[in-house]
Design a protein around this ligand. Structure first.
Ligand SMILES: Nc1ncnc2c1ncn2[C@@H]1O[C@H](COP(=O)(O)OP(=O)(O)OP(=O)(O)O)[C@@H](O)[C@H]1O
Length: 226
């Protein structure tokens, strides 16, 4: 099932710079894609259009068949519950436990307490932090903190997960470990897009790769088709 669709999308910023030029692609539920390209190629812009922190100048972005142009300001919180985000600097609440950090999206969504307890425990296990619910982020390494950020982004079972250079602040070994975690996430029908300038690392993970160059989509590489 097509979950995400870009139809001839262009994005021009206020200064006149066209960061994305006529981008079209589709991604399936449960599919994982890397977005790569040089600095300034348009990777972050592409992800922002899915999260609706930016709007396209031309063309349409559809999630689950819905044109995001129809999502008005009032609908943004609801849209963002369907789109999980992992930030480079993870943005954890440092004075709250891992449990509280990961539970946050579920608390906001009004999920029942027993369900929250269960889901947080399961997802912390998945990211290799089982049994650490009561720890504070400050007690963790930066790689582990990023794992908490990933757990928080997926605990609400979003339709789409976007991660912008999620390993940018990590040393190469930890970066490889965290990248691999994205490929191991339970499918659950979530479409996962990870932006990374590290083409070398991305190729090793043998997943679909969209390559941007000065705002153009110049390659859509699928290892299974190679
Ligand atoms: N808010 C903005 N206003 C004006 N120009 C912007 C804005 N955000 C990004 N740009 C420009 O759009 C182009 C694409 O930026 P974008 O951040 O999407 O690239 P990127 O591939 O993610 O780069 P990096 O790897 O350096 O993060 C760049 O030339 C950038 O300067």
């Amino acid at each position: 099932m097509t979950l995400l669709r870009f139809e001839h999308v262009s994005k021009q910023y206020a200064g006149g710079y066209e960061a994305l030029k006529d981008i079209s692609f589709e991604a399936e539920a449960g599919e994982m894609l890397f977005i790569t390209g040089h600095s300034g190629a348009g990777k972050s812009t592409l992800l922002r259009l899915i999260h609706l922190s930016e709007r396209p100048t031309r063309g349409a972005v559809l999630v689950g068949g819905r044109n995001l142009a129809t999502v008005r300001r009032r609908g943004l919180p609801q849209h963002r519950r369907r789109v999980g985000v992992v930030f480079q600097d993870h943005r954890l609440l440092m004075d709250r436990s891992l449990f509280d950090n990961v539970a946050l999206p579920l608390v906001i969504a009004g999920t029942a307490r027993a369900e929250i307890e269960k889901r947080v425990r399961v997802i912390l296990e998945r990211v290799g932090l089982g049994g650490r619910e009561r720890a504070l982020p400050i007690m963790l390494s930066s790689g582990e903190q990023q794992r908490v950020g990933i757990a928080r982004a997926v605990v609400g079972r979003p339709d789409v997960l976007v991660a912008d250079e999620p390993t940018g602040n990590l040393d190469p070994d930890l970066a490889a470990e965290v990248m691999a975690l994205f490929t191991e996430l339970p499918a659950q029908g979530t479409c996962v897009l990870v932006a990374s300038h590290d083409l070398h690392q991305v190729r090793r993970l043998r997943r679909r790769v969209l390559v941007l160059d000065h705002g153009h989509l110049i390659d859509d590489y699928r290892p299974e088709a190679a």
